[in-house]
Ligand binder design. Structure first.
Ligand SMILES: Nc1ncnc2c1ncn2[C@@H]1O[C@H](COP(=O)(O)OP(=O)(O)OP(=O)(O)O)[C@@H](O)[C@H]1O
Ligand SMILES: [Mg+2]
Length: 203
């Protein structure tokens, strides 16, 4: 940043581009962090009142996937949305934020292979899952990862983060009457799957 200010035009276009990219990344991270802190504060203050509208899961998934693609352009994200999904009762902004937090984790911890987002009907419920093929999570940590500030592994060399994304996800999902849990391994002895379940509109 100082380099950019001091050298200005004398910097090569490539160097300037690199610097601007890291500034962009850093400010994106900062605004996600602040958004997470505010979300957590709202959950803890008990002032979170989700709107309970009828939500089309397919729309919310597409929007969250688009948002993730913008912030991780190189990553392949595949979606499989069942055609017969009932609407669910919830707040599309909150569900979108939850999906984004799960996708952000899949990008950070999920290795290089494609990420899958599925939505299907199970009886009267709608089940939405985000699956990656990364290193996965040992059984003893599958519940702890939803605790506030809990992060796995050694501080050095791990992806940036605060340990808030999943606790916010659980707070939001439960406030809308749903449930969320983690499964690992997800597929072929690898990876992580986060599964959400919401009551559907049809009786
Ligand atoms: N898909 C995943 N694969 C492997 N580990 C995961 C995955 N998702 C979450 N984790 C583990 O659970 C921890 C908690 O996740 P959470 O999203 O709450 O916080 P974070 O990603 O560390 O930080 P933040 O979401 O606040 O940026 C992570 O630090 C990571 O160790
Ligand atoms: Mg996270």
């Amino acid at each position: 940043m100082t380099g950019l200010r001091q050298l200005g035009d004398r910097m090569t276009a490539e160097n300037r581009d690199d610097l601007l990219q890291s500034i962009e990344e850093e400010s994106g991270r900062m605004s996600r962090f602040v958004a997470n802190l505010l979300d957590m504060t709202r959950i803890e203050a008990g002032t979170l009142k989700p709107k309970l509208d009828w939500v089309d899961v397919s729309d919310v998934v597409q929007a969250a996937v688009e948002r993730t693609r913008n912030h991780a352009p190189g990553r392949l994200i595949e979606t499989g949305i069942a055609a017969d999904l009932p609407l669910i009762r919830g707040d599309s902004v909150l569900i979108g934020q939850v999906l984004f937090n799960l996708l952000d984790n899949a990008v950070k911890y999920g290795g290089d292979e494609p990420i899958n987002v599925y939505a299907r009907r199970d009886g009267k419920d709608v089940v939405i899952s985000v699956t990656d093929l990364g290193k996965g999570i040992p059984p003893e940590d599958l519940d702890r990862i939803f605790e506030k500030f809990y992060r796995r592994g050694k501080p050095d060399g791990r992806a940036p983060g605060t340990g808030l994304g999943l606790s916010i996800a659980r707070g939001f999902v439960e406030a809308m009457g749903g449930k969320i849990h983690a499964e690992s391994p997800a597929l072929r002895k690898r990876g992580t799957r986060i599964v959400m379940r919401f009551p559907g509109s049809e009786k």
